[in-house]
Design a protein. Structure first.
Length: 268
């Protein structure tokens, strides 16, 4: 057997593991994704089967390798100002509801490599002027969080950032950093990143005016969605908003939120 073949039984093992740890259900169509993302780890450990690798990460003897596997299997595409209507909504909501002396808080609950929380931070800094605000970005993957904290991205990402924000908050790499852009230090300092598994009890985070939970629930079944939302909604301030991806829906989940418009829900 070569290291590039994944049996149906091995796929089921990884499918169950990912569901138990992160609440993510991978369909059989994701079998090539598991092969592609984990093949390098098999080579690293000189293993010939995915079953051997599964036994390694579930043995309890190498928590670091288990985290690497989870990181590789949960990383998803993201970019600056994805679904821009949400950032227009955030701008208007923050500008009209912010009260001086209070902190306006936003949580990017599945932030991946950081583009979403930095986009949020640009909007708040530009439109709350001297207001007090905070952005929290979290993800289950430690690998993408390390990248997020650097604020360093390929220069191709610049095309998605509105030009005034690009000029104000980003630096163009030169010399050995040519081909990159860096979110400036002042903005980076306004964003706090932490590892959080939405499929487990949440740490004490306080309450938020807005929670972004976008393009992650498409990987959850209905039961996992209910459990995740039951943890998040208590952290949403009264009158606050939950934003989900445009391809997602809360229909049939019986949650205490009011649909204001597609993908935007308000807590009464």
């Amino acid at each position: 057997m070569t290291a590039t073949s994944l049996t149906d039984q091995e796929f089921l093992q990884f499918q169950r593991l990912l569901y138990e740890i992160a609440g993510i259900y991978m369909t059989p169509a994701k079998k090539p994704l598991i092969c592609g993302r984990l093949a390098r780890r098999l080579r690293h450990h000189n293993l010939s089967t995915y079953g051997e690798y599964y036994r390694l990460i579930t043995s309890g003897q190498d928590a670091g390798e288990l985290q690497i596997a989870i990181d590789l299997l949960t990383t998803n595409e993201t970019y600056f100002f994805r679904e821009p209507q949400h950032f227009d909504f955030l701008r208007d909501y923050a500008a009209t509801t912010y009260r001086r002396g209070h902190q306006f808080r936003v949580w990017s609950a599945a932030c991946s490599s950081g583009e979403e929380p930095y986009s949020i931070a640009m909007v708040l800094d530009a439109h709350l002027r001297d207001g007090v605000w905070e952005v929290v970005g979290s993800d289950v993957s430690t690998r993408v969080l390390e990248k997020a904290r650097t604020g360093l991205y390929p220069i191709e990402q610049a095309k998605r950032i509105p030009k005034p924000f690009l000029q104000r908050y980003c630096l163009k790499g030169i010399g050995s950093h040519e081909g990159t852009l860096l979110v400036n230090k002042q903005l980076r300092n306004q964003v706090q990143f932490m590892q959080i598994n939405l499929n487990e009890p949440l740490p004490r985070l306080g309450t938020f005016n807005v929670i972004f939970l976008r393009n992650v629930m498409i990987y959850f079944d209905a039961d996992t969605k209910r459990k995740v939302l039951s943890r998040l909604i208590p952290l949403l301030a009264s009158g606050g908003y939950l934003l989900i991806g445009h391809s997602e829906s809360l229909n049939g989940l019986d949650v205490p939120l009011i649909a204001e418009r597609p993908s935007i829900y308000r807590k009464p």
